[in-house]
Design a protein around this ligand. Structure first.
Ligand code: SAH
Length: 263
């Protein structure tokens, strides 16, 4: 889903919640890809880990992590509606005991220094920007702790101007994979893995169900102008993905917090 800005009007906020809260996930991703990241990070599935899943939405990655790991997961989101759905799903799947929902903003987290073994965040860090997020969150990781974060990235050196302009307007921090990895290094992380989410994570897992929900969303909201504008914006994003998916994607970045002091 698009960025939630502090200046987003309350009504638009409610409409965005209404559009997205019934969905399995609120951004591109997949259970298999969450598991692939666990493996690339060489996470010990039996070790008792303390994990924060930041911008967890209704819990797509949270529930997968709870199933795969022996973890205690703090699931953070700004929107209580999403956390309610997450909690109900966790109860249904029998993993509620491993998950603590927490309503907080990702730029004002009530965490202690070095509290977590792992910080996880799928399709959400753009809300405060990649550089700010990786810098802010580092203090909550134990030395040697793991950061796993997905981030919109250019996957080719050059691209058509239409898509360049669109994404630079939507998310000015979009950049090449090499720049994201450099940013991690400059911030005191050691990058240990990267892959790009395959197409089905966007289309089958996220855009197709979203598209299928438009009609119901518009009816529920009296086909209002605001609701139609939201659907139009989503349709535009989907259309551009279908046309230009060779040029951008979500990179999944895996990095370890260096054990040594930054120089
Ligand atoms: N990780 C989930 C959701 C991704 S969508 C998934 O992959 O399905 C981005 C999420 O970030 C939304 O749930 C939104 O409510 C949340 N979010 C937006 N701004 C936030 C903020 N400032 N602090 C915490 N969460 C935020």
């Amino acid at each position: 889903m698009g960025a939630l800005q502090k200046e987003t009007p309350v009504d638009a906020f409610q409409l965005l919640i209404d559009l997205h809260k019934g969905a399995w996930r609120q951004g591109p991703g997949g259970d298999a890809e969450t598991e692939k990241a666990v493996d690339l990070a060489c996470m010990d599935r039996n070790a008792p880990l303390k994990v924060a899943d930041i911008g967890c939405g209704t819990g797509a990655s949270t529930l997968t992590l709870a199933r795969l790991l022996n973890a205690n997961i703090t699931a953070v989101d700004l929107l209580p509606d999403f956390l309610d759905v997450l909690a109900a799903r966790a109860r249904r799947e029998g993993v509620a005991e491993s998950i603590t929902p927490l309503c907080a903003s990702m730029d004002q987290l009530p965490f202690a220094e070095e509290e977590f073994d792992v910080i996880w965040s799928e399709g959400a860090i753009y809300n405060i920007g990649f550089k700010q997020g990786i810098a802010d969150w580092q203090r909550y990781l134990k030395p040697g702790g793991l950061l796993v974060v997905s981030e919109m990235s250019w996957i080719t050196q050059a691209r058509p101007s239409e898509i360049q302009r669109y994404w630079e307007n939507e998310y000015p921090e979009i950049d090449l994979v090499s720049s994201k990895i450099r940013a991690l290094e400059e911030c005191g992380y050691s990058p240990i893995g990267y892959f790009v989410l395959p197409e089905h994570c966007w289309l089958k897992n996220y855009y197709d169900p979203l598209r299928a929900s438009f009609q119901g969303f518009l009816s529920r909201n009296g086909n209002s102008q605001d609701a139609r504008a939201i659907v139009e914006a989503e349709r535009k994003e989907i259309e551009l993905y279908e046309k230009y998916k060779a040029y951008y994607g979500y990179g999944v970045y895996i990095a370890r917090k260096s054990g040594t002091e930054k120089s």
